[in-house]
Write a protein that binds this ligand. Structure first.
Ligand code: APR
Length: 232
């Protein structure tokens, strides 16, 4: 069974109503996102950071996966599919994809500062200072903040090294190490990129589908099934 790896970014969730990082110009209520989404901000102003992620969590809970998330699940019956997402939303899970790596964390989960292996689901949208870990310390959002290590990058690299087909959807490929994953894809693998806007960088050898995710992902999935003589 062929291996398919899908790398997704904020663009795949745009049609679910979730702003991409760049659309908002990287700003949230006049704060640079980098200035809110980092550990120093959490130490200095935990309420500001909690509010930022509470708002994003509320938006995700009130939104739905879109056709792009759903189309990707069509591949699972015929291929070994692994999704590596930079997104913190749970749309891939809610659409029914099964093998998902979140490189930058998960908005619906919270984590102990003292013991980073202590991670649990948050019920509801609102994280408060009363949500505490077993040491009695406030739980933090389970997010990889700017400047923090990306623990899931090694398993992601291993998956990319075995990919027969690589699909990139809705990412500016501006943030490392996620953006560097493309360098681990075998040269003879088939590569697709779905984005309605021009994408910087060397696209040679990549089949560029200049469409929004819901249209582009369907086109790529149809093409992959056709090329592999699979009728559903
Ligand atoms: N369908 C598909 N792609 C889209 C759509 C759409 N409807 N609308 C916009 N895009 C594309 C944009 O053209 C852009 O290339 O999605 C990409 C979004 O890029 P970014 O906003 O930079 O998001 P992303 O690449 O996921 O950012 C990476 O940076 O903000 C940090 O940690 C955060 O995971 C995030 C990382």
């Amino acid at each position: 069974m062929k291996n398919i790896v899908v790398l997704t970014g904020a663009g795949i969730s745009k049609e679910s109503g979730i702003n991409t990082f760049r659309d908002s110009g990287g700003l949230w209520e006049n704060h640079r996102v980098e200035d809110v989404a980092n550990f120093d901000s959490w130490v200095k102003n935990p309420d500001l950071v909690r509010d930022f992620y509470n708002q994003r969590r509320k938006d995700v809970i009130e939104a739905e996966p879109n056709e792009a998330h759903n189309e990707l699940t069509r591949l699972e019956k015929h291929f070994n599919v692994n999704i590596i997402t930079q997104n913190i939303d749970d749309f891939h899970e809610r659409a029914g994809s099964t093998n998902i790596i979140h490189l930058h964390g998960e908005i619906m989960k919270v984590q102990s500062v003292r013991d980073p292996y202590y991670v649990r689901e948050l019920s509801g949208w609102k994280l408060t200072e009363n949500h505490k870990d077993i040491y009695g310390e406030p739980l933090r959002p389970y997010i990889v903040w700017f400047g923090e290590a990306v623990p899931m990058i090694e398993p992601s690299i291993e998956l990319c090294q075995k990919a027969d087909i690589f699909i990139i959807v809705g990412t500016s490929l501006a943030v490392y190490p996620a953006a560097g994953l493309i360098n681990y894809i075998p040269l003879n693998s088939k590569k697709y990129l779905v984005d309605p806007n021009e994408v910087k960088g060397d696209l040679n050898g990549i089949f560029f589908v200049k469409e929004k995710a819901s249209v582009g992902v369907k086109r790529v999935v149809d093409e992959i099934l056709l090329e592999n003589k699979i009728t559903e």
